[in-house]
Design a binder for this molecule. Sequence first.
Ligand code: ZN
Length: 228
Amino acid sequence: MMGAGTRSQRMNFGGFDFGGNQGQRTTSRRRTSQQQPKPEDLDITMTLNVTVKDIFDQKPITVKFNNMERCTKCSGNGGYCSECGGTGFKSEPKSIKVKLPPNITEGQKVRIKGEGKSDSYGRKGDLYLIVNIKDKEYEVNGSDLTKEIEITPPEAVLGTKKEIETLHGKISIKIPPKTSSGQSLRLKELGLPKKGGGYGNLNAKIKIVIPKNLSDRQIELYKKIAEL
Ligand SMILES: [Zn+2]
Protein backbone atom coordinates (compact mmCIF):
# COMPACT_ATOMS: atom_id res chain seq x y z
CA MET A 1 0.00 0.00 0.00
CA MET A 2 2.68 2.32 1.04
CA GLY A 3 4.67 1.42 -1.99
CA ALA A 4 1.76 1.96 -4.34
CA GLY A 5 1.02 5.28 -2.69
CA THR A 6 4.57 6.34 -3.12
CA ARG A 7 4.49 5.18 -6.68
CA SER A 8 1.34 7.11 -7.44
CA GLN A 9 2.77 10.13 -5.68
CA ARG A 10 5.86 9.75 -7.75
CA MET A 11 3.79 9.38 -10.84
CA ASN A 12 1.91 12.52 -9.96
CA PHE A 13 5.08 14.32 -9.32
CA GLY A 14 6.43 12.73 -12.43
CA GLY A 15 3.55 14.08 -14.48
CA PHE A 16 3.93 17.47 -12.93
CA ASP A 17 7.64 17.42 -13.33
CA PHE A 18 7.30 16.33 -16.88
CA GLY A 19 5.23 19.37 -17.75
CA GLY A 20 7.58 21.55 -15.80
CA ASN A 21 10.62 20.04 -17.41
CA GLN A 22 9.21 20.53 -20.83
CA GLY A 23 8.60 24.17 -20.13
CA GLN A 24 12.04 24.50 -18.69
CA ARG A 25 13.58 22.68 -21.58
CA THR A 26 11.96 25.04 -24.07
CA THR A 27 13.09 28.03 -22.08
CA SER A 28 16.61 26.74 -21.69
CA ARG A 29 16.83 25.91 -25.37
CA ARG A 30 15.71 29.40 -26.30
CA ARG A 31 18.13 30.85 -23.80
CA THR A 32 20.95 28.73 -25.19
CA SER A 33 20.47 29.90 -28.75
CA GLN A 34 20.35 33.51 -27.58
CA GLN A 35 23.38 33.23 -25.35
CA GLN A 36 25.41 31.06 -27.65
CA PRO A 37 27.90 33.38 -29.29
CA LYS A 38 27.69 33.43 -33.04
CA PRO A 39 30.81 31.77 -34.45
CA GLU A 40 33.16 34.46 -35.63
CA ASP A 41 33.99 32.53 -38.77
CA LEU A 42 30.57 33.48 -40.11
CA ASP A 43 31.68 37.10 -40.26
CA ILE A 44 33.22 38.57 -43.37
CA THR A 45 35.70 41.44 -43.14
CA MET A 46 36.68 43.42 -46.20
CA THR A 47 38.16 46.76 -47.22
CA LEU A 48 35.83 49.29 -48.79
CA ASN A 49 37.51 51.90 -51.01
CA VAL A 50 35.60 55.16 -51.06
CA THR A 51 36.24 58.63 -52.42
CA VAL A 52 35.66 61.89 -50.56
CA LYS A 53 32.68 62.54 -52.83
CA ASP A 54 31.21 59.12 -51.95
CA ILE A 55 31.21 60.12 -48.29
CA PHE A 56 29.93 63.63 -48.91
CA ASP A 57 27.14 62.69 -51.33
CA GLN A 58 25.67 60.12 -48.95
CA LYS A 59 24.55 57.97 -51.86
CA PRO A 60 24.36 54.22 -51.27
CA ILE A 61 27.60 52.50 -52.29
CA THR A 62 27.54 49.17 -54.10
CA VAL A 63 29.58 46.55 -52.28
CA LYS A 64 30.45 43.36 -54.15
CA PHE A 65 31.75 40.26 -52.43
CA ASN A 66 31.56 36.48 -52.43
CA ASN A 67 29.37 34.93 -49.79
CA MET A 68 28.60 31.39 -48.65
CA GLU A 69 24.92 30.92 -49.38
CA ARG A 70 22.63 27.97 -48.87
CA CYS A 71 22.76 25.79 -51.99
CA THR A 72 19.53 26.19 -53.96
CA LYS A 73 19.84 22.82 -55.72
CA CYS A 74 19.70 20.72 -52.54
CA SER A 75 18.10 23.43 -50.33
CA GLY A 76 21.13 23.22 -48.08
CA ASN A 77 20.73 19.50 -47.39
CA GLY A 78 24.05 18.58 -48.97
CA GLY A 79 24.30 14.78 -49.24
CA TYR A 80 25.24 13.72 -52.75
CA CYS A 81 24.64 17.15 -54.26
CA SER A 82 27.42 17.89 -56.74
CA GLU A 83 26.51 21.56 -56.99
CA CYS A 84 27.85 22.27 -53.49
CA GLY A 85 30.06 19.20 -53.07
CA GLY A 86 27.69 17.88 -50.41
CA THR A 87 28.25 20.77 -48.02
CA GLY A 88 24.86 22.41 -48.57
CA PHE A 89 26.62 25.74 -49.08
CA LYS A 90 28.03 27.50 -52.10
CA SER A 91 30.13 30.58 -52.68
CA GLU A 92 27.98 33.07 -54.55
CA PRO A 93 28.83 36.57 -55.80
CA LYS A 94 26.75 39.09 -53.95
CA SER A 95 26.07 42.77 -54.38
CA ILE A 96 24.51 44.99 -51.74
CA LYS A 97 23.97 48.72 -51.33
CA VAL A 98 25.43 50.32 -48.25
CA LYS A 99 24.81 53.77 -46.85
CA LEU A 100 27.77 54.97 -44.82
CA PRO A 101 27.39 57.26 -41.82
CA PRO A 102 28.16 60.88 -42.88
CA ASN A 103 30.99 61.39 -40.40
CA ILE A 104 32.86 58.23 -41.29
CA THR A 105 36.65 58.39 -40.99
CA GLU A 106 39.59 56.49 -42.44
CA GLY A 107 40.01 53.00 -40.99
CA GLN A 108 36.57 52.93 -39.36
CA LYS A 109 34.81 49.57 -39.20
CA VAL A 110 31.19 49.52 -40.35
CA ARG A 111 29.03 46.54 -39.40
CA ILE A 112 26.36 45.39 -41.81
CA LYS A 113 24.21 43.04 -39.78
CA GLY A 114 23.26 39.66 -41.23
CA GLU A 115 25.24 39.98 -44.46
CA GLY A 116 27.91 37.47 -43.44
CA LYS A 117 28.01 33.74 -44.15
CA SER A 118 25.18 31.34 -43.27
CA ASP A 119 25.53 28.08 -41.40
CA SER A 120 23.37 24.96 -41.31
CA TYR A 121 21.60 26.20 -38.14
CA GLY A 122 20.28 29.14 -40.13
CA ARG A 123 22.54 31.59 -38.35
CA LYS A 124 24.05 34.49 -40.27
CA GLY A 125 27.26 36.32 -39.64
CA ASP A 126 27.85 40.02 -40.17
CA LEU A 127 29.75 41.87 -42.84
CA TYR A 128 32.43 44.26 -41.61
CA LEU A 129 33.64 46.97 -43.95
CA ILE A 130 36.88 48.76 -43.17
CA VAL A 131 36.77 52.18 -44.74
CA ASN A 132 39.74 53.12 -46.90
CA ILE A 133 39.53 56.63 -48.33
CA LYS A 134 41.21 56.72 -51.73
CA ASP A 135 41.01 60.06 -53.44
CA LYS A 136 43.01 61.63 -56.24
CA GLU A 137 41.87 65.16 -55.50
CA TYR A 138 41.91 65.38 -51.71
CA GLU A 139 44.18 64.43 -48.88
CA VAL A 140 42.02 63.51 -45.90
CA ASN A 141 42.69 64.12 -42.23
CA GLY A 142 39.53 63.35 -40.24
CA SER A 143 36.97 65.84 -41.53
CA ASP A 144 39.67 68.22 -42.82
CA LEU A 145 40.66 68.13 -46.45
CA THR A 146 43.71 69.37 -48.34
CA LYS A 147 43.69 70.12 -52.02
CA GLU A 148 46.51 71.39 -54.23
CA ILE A 149 45.95 74.62 -56.11
CA GLU A 150 48.28 75.27 -59.02
CA ILE A 151 49.40 78.82 -59.79
CA THR A 152 52.03 80.32 -62.10
CA PRO A 153 55.15 82.20 -60.90
CA PRO A 154 53.66 85.64 -61.80
CA GLU A 155 50.46 84.74 -59.93
CA ALA A 156 52.55 83.72 -56.92
CA VAL A 157 54.43 87.02 -56.93
CA LEU A 158 51.57 89.38 -57.72
CA GLY A 159 48.66 87.53 -56.15
CA THR A 160 45.56 86.36 -57.99
CA LYS A 161 41.98 85.23 -57.77
CA LYS A 162 41.22 81.57 -58.49
CA GLU A 163 37.99 79.75 -58.94
CA ILE A 164 38.20 76.37 -57.29
CA GLU A 165 35.95 73.35 -57.09
CA THR A 166 34.96 72.22 -53.58
CA LEU A 167 32.54 69.58 -52.25
CA HIS A 168 30.19 72.43 -51.42
CA GLY A 169 30.36 73.98 -54.89
CA LYS A 170 32.58 76.38 -56.83
CA ILE A 171 34.12 79.25 -54.91
CA SER A 172 36.51 82.08 -55.66
CA ILE A 173 39.59 82.43 -53.50
CA LYS A 174 42.05 85.29 -53.24
CA ILE A 175 45.69 84.29 -53.26
CA PRO A 176 47.72 87.08 -51.69
CA PRO A 177 50.87 88.46 -53.35
CA LYS A 178 54.18 86.76 -52.53
CA THR A 179 52.68 83.37 -51.85
CA SER A 180 55.17 80.51 -51.80
CA SER A 181 54.69 76.89 -52.86
CA GLY A 182 53.49 74.77 -49.93
CA GLN A 183 51.63 77.59 -48.20
CA SER A 184 48.04 76.79 -47.31
CA LEU A 185 44.91 78.89 -47.25
CA ARG A 186 42.41 77.61 -44.73
CA LEU A 187 38.86 77.66 -46.08
CA LYS A 188 36.55 77.16 -43.15
CA GLU A 189 33.68 74.68 -43.16
CA LEU A 190 34.37 73.41 -46.70
CA GLY A 191 35.49 69.93 -45.64
CA LEU A 192 33.62 66.75 -44.69
CA PRO A 193 30.87 66.52 -42.05
CA LYS A 194 32.25 66.62 -38.53
CA LYS A 195 31.19 64.44 -35.61
CA GLY A 196 28.79 66.54 -33.58
CA GLY A 197 27.80 68.81 -36.48
CA GLY A 198 29.36 71.30 -38.84
CA TYR A 199 32.12 70.68 -41.34
CA GLY A 200 35.86 70.38 -41.30
CA ASN A 201 38.10 72.80 -43.18
CA LEU A 202 39.48 72.73 -46.67
CA ASN A 203 43.14 73.63 -46.94
CA ALA A 204 44.06 75.02 -50.32
CA LYS A 205 47.74 74.14 -50.65
CA ILE A 206 49.55 76.31 -53.14
CA LYS A 207 51.75 74.72 -55.76
CA ILE A 208 53.72 76.93 -58.13
CA VAL A 209 53.85 75.32 -61.54
CA ILE A 210 55.95 76.54 -64.48
CA PRO A 211 53.83 76.57 -67.65
CA LYS A 212 55.10 74.03 -70.20
CA ASN A 213 54.92 76.33 -73.20
CA LEU A 214 56.79 79.49 -72.33
CA SER A 215 57.18 81.97 -75.19
CA ASP A 216 60.56 83.45 -76.16
CA ARG A 217 59.31 86.78 -74.85
CA GLN A 218 58.48 85.27 -71.46
CA ILE A 219 61.95 83.66 -71.25
CA GLU A 220 63.50 87.07 -72.11
CA LEU A 221 61.54 88.69 -69.28
CA TYR A 222 62.63 85.98 -66.83
CA LYS A 223 66.25 86.66 -67.88
CA LYS A 224 65.73 90.34 -67.13
CA ILE A 225 64.36 89.49 -63.67
CA ALA A 226 67.32 87.17 -63.06
CA GLU A 227 69.76 89.96 -64.02
CA LEU A 228 68.19 92.45 -61.62
ZN1 ZN B 1 23.77 21.42 -52.79
